[in-house]
Design a protein around this ligand. Structure first.
Ligand code: AMP
Ligand code: MG
Length: 336
């Protein structure tokens, strides 16, 4: 596609109004949310939605999530809300959760890749919600990265990915969650987690009084969330996972283009002082900074990133899910 002039818009009312107008005219707008930056278009405009796929290099069978500014507007996109879905909406929206529900006729089939169901999300980020209010139509948006790359969680990342591809990029702050939304589907009395995220198994169990299940992609079966079959979240550098910092061959790090993602205090005198280390104090901080640190390490020209594989507590489940894909399942020392 030809490169286009991309506007930078601020999170002021006049600029967000302009962003909304661009959507209604069939344009593409990158906007911040609490999870990651999204690349949005009018969900009722098939041509605009198709441009999302070409801007990202996204396979056409990987559907988009529809964003609304308010819970009460969900019926614009979802034809039916079961009592169980209503429980989830009440408990978690606005927030980092996407619900798969039957779509209305107003949602273009190019949004859902022809599926009868649509992913619905009401973000909690105030700038996202103001932008969506000004748009006045449901906004279809995947993450604003090129397909296969980590999702943007800062303006700088979003700009680098979408300058020349989108009509405008809204300059929001850094995303506070930093990983894509939890995706839930209600099917045959089960609650299925199609993609883990900030809202975890424990919280879902508390609200639904039943344990969610994790459908896995296997063999030739079509994956339950079409995105599950694609490689994802990969920086340019090779990612290798580790469980304990002592596994990192510290002596071999000197002079090599290697970065380390670490969690917790670490062993005193552990890693050489000249190795770039991004150390998070908590699992939430690790999740929030993960993609942005991938971006920084790529900028530094790192050829390899050693990333700690965190315990499955809280958002740790979602971090593990993204890291396994980013690393292609490779560990520095295969776990026992
Ligand atoms: P992204 O926001 O870039 O992570 O992309 C949206 C994700 O939501 C993809 O992984 C899709 O497969 C998933 N998704 C969107 N709509 C549906 C749907 N109707 N059924 C299942 N998964 C969906
Ligand atoms: Mg994505």
């Amino acid at each position: 596609m030809g490169r286009k002039k991309t506007l930078v818009l601020e999170t002021t009312a006049p600029d967000l109004r302009k962003a909304g107008e661009i959507i209604r005219r069939g344009g593409l707008v990158v906007f911040p949310t609490e999870t990651v930056y999204g690349l949005g278009a009018d969900a009722g405009n098939a041509a605009a939605c198709r441009r999302i796929f070409s801007a990202k290099g996204r396979p056409g069978d990987n559907p988009l999530i529809v964003h609304l500014p308010e819970v009460f507007r969900i019926p614009l996109a979802a034809a039916e809300i079961s009592p169980e879905a209503a429980l989830l909406i009440e408990a978690f929206l606005p927030g980092p959760l996407t619900l798969i529900l039957p779509k209305t006729a107003g949602i273009s089939p190019s949004v859902t890749a022809g599926l009868p169901d649509v992913g619905i999300r009401v973000p909690s980020d105030p700038a996202a919600r103001d932008f969506l209010r000004f748009a006045g139509v449901p906004v279809a948006a995947p993450s604003a990265n090129l397909s296969g790359r980590p999702s943007p969680t800062t303006f700088e990342m979003a700009w680098e990915a979408m300058e020349g591809r989108a009509d405008a990029v809204i300059r929001g702050g850094d995303c506070t969650v930093g990983l894509e939304s939890t995706i839930l589907r209600l099917s045959g009395g089960r609650v299925e987690i199609l993609r883990p995220g900030k809202i975890g198994e424990g919280e879902i169990l508390r609200v639904m009084k039943k344990k969610p299940s994790f459908p896995e992609v296997s063999g030739d079966e079509p994956p339950p969330a079409p995105g599950m079959k694609y490689r994802h979240y990969s920086p340019r550098a090779e990612v290798l996972l580790y469980l304990r910092e002592e596994e990192i061959p510290a002596a071999e790090l000197r002079g090599k283009k290697i970065g380390v993602l670490a969690l917790g205090p670490g062993a005193p005198g552990g890693l050489p002082a000249d190795v770039p280390v991004a150390r998070a104090a908590s699992i939430d901080e690790y999740a929030r900074r993960l993609y942005a640190e991938f971006f920084v390490f790529d900028k530094l020209g790192c050829e390899r990133i050693y990333a700690v594989f965190p315990p499955p507590e809280g958002i740790g489940d979602a971090v593990r899910n993204r890291l396994l894909k980013a690393a292609g399942g490779r560990f520095l020392r295969p776990p026992a």
